[in-house]
Design a protein around this ligand. Structure first.
Ligand SMILES: [Zn+2]
Length: 423
């Protein structure tokens, strides 16, 4: 089958590009777009549905009398996840069924309290990882002006004493006051935002459910969890085979290979992608390598959108920034009349990426050509430039710590809810 060979070519080129050019283009300035209420709801759901290292993608589809939430993740769904999602759905339906509810009274309601508690328990591991990163900033740059200001704002004397979700609300509020200040390091802002995202997500989700405007939709909420897709044993052509399709002179090929092996970062990537032989060298000539690939969460949602031919503007909210290939595929889909955007993208190229298997075969073949053409461009460019290392930015963002609803509420009450029995 010609198509099978073409697929093998795609995945082989993904492996090559991912090993010699893990970060595809220059770091971009973070752009923050104002999201609509329902879009922010999707982003907030993505935040509270990501348990640990997994990536979760969410799409909210609103009808006049109901809403459907599509959720996918990279890994398979565990029983704990399914039960959690079911609970979240029930709490939201219950709150929304009683809308309109003034926000200040909402935080006294039992269902809201249980919602907070359930989310905090489920997200604890991820929250703690994020908090540790923030604490490292505070300790590592303790004498810097931005840290001193934050410590004063948060009333922190000793960073060791900072524990529990209460800091989430503080970070969310502080982030709002400093996010546009150019003198604050981007990394610190990112960590503030991530720690603050739980507070802002919970406040925003509650506000949405309390809003009578969405009562018809949220009190009739359906949740569709998409089945994860993976390819267990995808054969790939050797690294040498692919590179030699571009470099025809053996001496030139050897020169490039040496350059890659002499570069520590590239060598590490080559070993990761192609595994090592008995001497510990990456197997660049092996034609027997197979990869385990998985469909990224946002591509799973996108496949669903394409299969239903839904060309309305749609946000796919993701708990991390999209990778380079997902972003590229979205660009492709948008050339076919779709109108998809995400909550942000970075430039890393992951070699275990899977092409969406759309029902529309013509579209799939076009996608295949489009992706291969771009990978050819990346490989060719890298060959011409010889290896240039460009650092990537972190990929674990894409959430909002910037809750507008937080303006109109009594912070101390929400803080109590955030603090109340943290696990
Ligand atoms: Zn991706």
């Amino acid at each position: 089958m010609a198509n099978r060979k073409k697929m093998q070519e795609l995945y082989s080129k993904v492996c090559v590009a991912g090993s010699i050019k893990f970060v595809v283009s220059e770091e971009r300035e973070e752009e923050e777009r104002d999201l609509e209420v329902d879009e922010r709801f999707s982003c907030n759901l993505a935040t509270i549905l990501a348990r640990d290292h997994e990536v979760v993608a969410v799409r909210l589809k609103l009808f006049s009398d109901k809403c459907v939430v599509y959720i996918s993740k990279n890994e398979r769904w565990e029983k704990e996840d399914t039960e959690y999602i079911k609970k979240i759905k029930e709490y939201l339906k219950s709150i929304s069924g009683n809308a309109p509810i003034p926000l200040d009274t909402a935080f006294k309601r039992n269902d809201v309290k249980v919602l907070f508690k359930t989310v905090k328990r489920y997200c604890l591991a991820k929250f703690e990882t994020r908090l540790e990163k923030l604490k490292k900033d505070i300790v590592g740059e303790s004498q810097n002006q931005h840290i001193l200001f934050f410590k004063e704002f948060a009333n922190i004397n000793d960073v060791i004493e900072v524990r529990g979700y209460k800091i989430s609300g503080i970070c969310s509020r502080y982030y709002k006051t400093v996010k546009d200040k150019p003198e604050i390091p981007k990394k610190f802002l990112r960590h503030l935002k991530k720690v603050g995202s739980y507070y802002s997500a919970l406040v925003d989700i509650t506000a949405c459910a309390c809003n009578v405007k969405y009562k018809n939709q949220f009190s009739n909420m359906d949740v569709v969890t998409l089945k994860p897709v993976s390819i267990n044993r995808q054969p790939i052509f050797s690294w040498a085979n692919i590179i030699q399709k571009f470099v025809h002179v053996t001496k030139e090929y050897e020169k490039f290979k040496k350059r890659c092996l002499d570069d520590d970062d590239t060598l590490k990537k080559l070993k990761e992608v192609y595994k090592t032989d008995t001497n510990g060298n990456p197997q660049l000539d092996s034609e027997k390598i197979e990869q385990r690939l998985c469909l990224h969460a946002e591509m799973n949602i996108l496949t669903n959108i394409i299969d239903s031919k839904d060309k309305k503007p749609t946000l796919i909210a993701v708990s991390k920034y999209c990778c380079y290939l997902c972003e590229l595929y979205i660009k492709f889909a948008n050339t076919k009349g779709y109108n998809i955007f995400t909550s942000g993208a970075h430039n890393k190229l992951y070699h275990k990426w899977v092409l969406p298997d759309t029902k529309d075969v013509t579209l799939k073949n076009d996608a295949l050509k489009y992706m291969i053409a771009d990978l050819d461009r990346i490989i060719r460019k890298e060959l011409r430039e010889k290896h240039i290392d460009i650092r990537a930015r972190s990929d674990s963002e894409g959430e909002s710590a910037d809750s507008d609803n937080a303006k109109h509420i009594d912070h101390s009450e929400v803080d109590d809810l955030m603090e109340d029995s943290d696990n």
